[in-house]
Design a protein around this ligand. Structure first.
Ligand SMILES: Nc1ncnc2c1ncn2[C@@H]1O[C@H](COP(=O)(O)OP(=O)(O)OP(=O)(O)O)[C@@H](O)[C@H]1O
Ligand SMILES: [Mg+2]
Length: 136
């Protein structure tokens, strides 16, 4: 089986309390997965380990079969892994599509107009939507 992401035996404790008890998690390319569990089950913690926010205490991660050490969000991004964190304070002037794109680096080319508000233009390399109508 061709695995895009393979997490094996992931363990993570906070202040001596183990919240991930040897979790295995596999993603296949071209598929969409939902990670479900009750509040406090450790879903966010597992994704934060994958995204380089938390370092796991034990376990292995492989990307396309290659073992990797994801020790920072920057390293995760290099590997093509991005995480949209649970955000309780979205920018209300921006659309649903624009809010997650707020942290796009300026060098990243952004779509010419907002996918959800075609009358709006992106500005600042995807950082904000100025609300101005498209030129011409
Ligand atoms: N930074 C942290 N410091 C201490 N404990 C934490 C930290 N992050 C998470 N925890 C604890 O780890 C456990 C798992 O939390 P986590 O946020 O991963 O759960 P979750 O499955 O994402 O929950 P929810 O459905 O509420 O989003 C919880 O007991 C939580 O209190
Ligand atoms: Mg969560």
């Amino acid at each position: 089986m061709n695995l895009l992401v393979e997490m094996k035996g992931i363990r993570k404790s906070f202040y001596g309390v183990e919240v991930l008890h040897g979790v295995d998690f596999h993603l296949q390319a071209g598929t969409v997965h939902a990670l479900m569990g009750e509040n406090g089950a450790g879903k966010s913690t597992l994704m934060k380990v994958l995204a380089g926010v938390h370092k796991c205490d034990a376990g292995e991660i492989a990307i396309e079969g290659r073992p990797v050490e994801i020790d920072s969000p920057a390293k995760a991004r290099e590997l093509g892994i991005a995480m949209i964190h649970q955000e309780l304070s979205p920018v209300s002037e921006m659309s649903v599509a624009e809010n997650p794109a707020i942290c796009w680096p300026r060098s990243t080319s952004a779509p010419p107009s907002s996918p959800t508000c075609p009358g709006r233009r992106w500005s600042g390399g995807g950082r904000s939507c100025c609300g101005a109508p498209p030129a011409g």
